[in-house]
Design a protein around this ligand. Structure first.
Ligand code: 5GP
Length: 126
C-alpha cells in the first residue's frame, strides 16, 4: 500500500499502536473503516484525529491505493464524527498534513478535526 518514492508503512508508528490497542487513547468513534480519538495535545477546544484502519502512511497513498470501500467508509466516518460532536452547525475544520512540508509527524494517515471556537484564517503565520 505504498506509492512509488515514498517510504513503506511503519507498523510501529504511534497510531498503529493505538489501533492495535497497545497504547490508550480517548476514543470517540470506531467502525469497520475508521477510528477517531482525541489529540493528545489539542489545538482547539475540540481536536479529534480520525484515522483509517488500513495501513496507509498518508493521504498520498490512501488516495492512490485504498479501495472504494475504504475511501467511502473513511470519509463517511469523518463526517459522522463531526456530526456526532455537534459541530455541523457552528462549523469545523478538517486538516490532513502530508510529508515534510505538510508537517506530518505520524506516518499513518490522519485527519485533524478542529472545532469548538471560531478558527480564524486557514494557515496561521509562521
Ligand atoms: P501531524 O503533525 O502528524 O499531522 O499530527 C500528529 C498529531 O498526533 C499531533 O497533533 C499530536 O499531538 C498527535 N499525537 C502524537 N502522539 C499522540 C498520541 O500518543 N496520542 C494521541 N491521542 N495523539 C497523539
Amino acid at each position: 500500500m505504498t506509492v512509488s518514492g515514498l517510504p513503506p508503512y511503519d507498523d510501529t508508528n504511534i497510531f498503529a499502536r493505538i489501533l492495535r490497542g497497545e497504547i490508550p487513547a480517548r476514543r470517540v468513534y470506531e467502525d469497520e473503516w475508521a477510528l477517531a480519538f482525541h489529540d493528545i495535545a489539542p489545538q482547539a477546544p475540540i481536536h479529534v484525529l480520525v484515522i483509517p484502519k488500513g495501513t496507509y502512511c498518508s493521504f498520498a497513498d490512501f488516495s492512490a491505493s485504498a479501495s472504494e470501500a475504504e475511501i467511502t467508509g473513511f470519509i463517511r466516518a469523518v463526517g459522522k464524527v463531526a456530526r456526532d460532536l455537534g459541530l455541523e452547525q457552528p462549523g469545523y475544520r478538517l486538516l490532513a498534513n502530508m510529508g515534510n512540508d505538510g508537517g506530518q509527524e505520524v506516518p499513518h494517515l490522519h485527519v485533524h478535526l478542529f472545532g469548538g471556537r471560531s478558527l480564524g484564517r486557514m494557515i496561521p503565520a509562521g
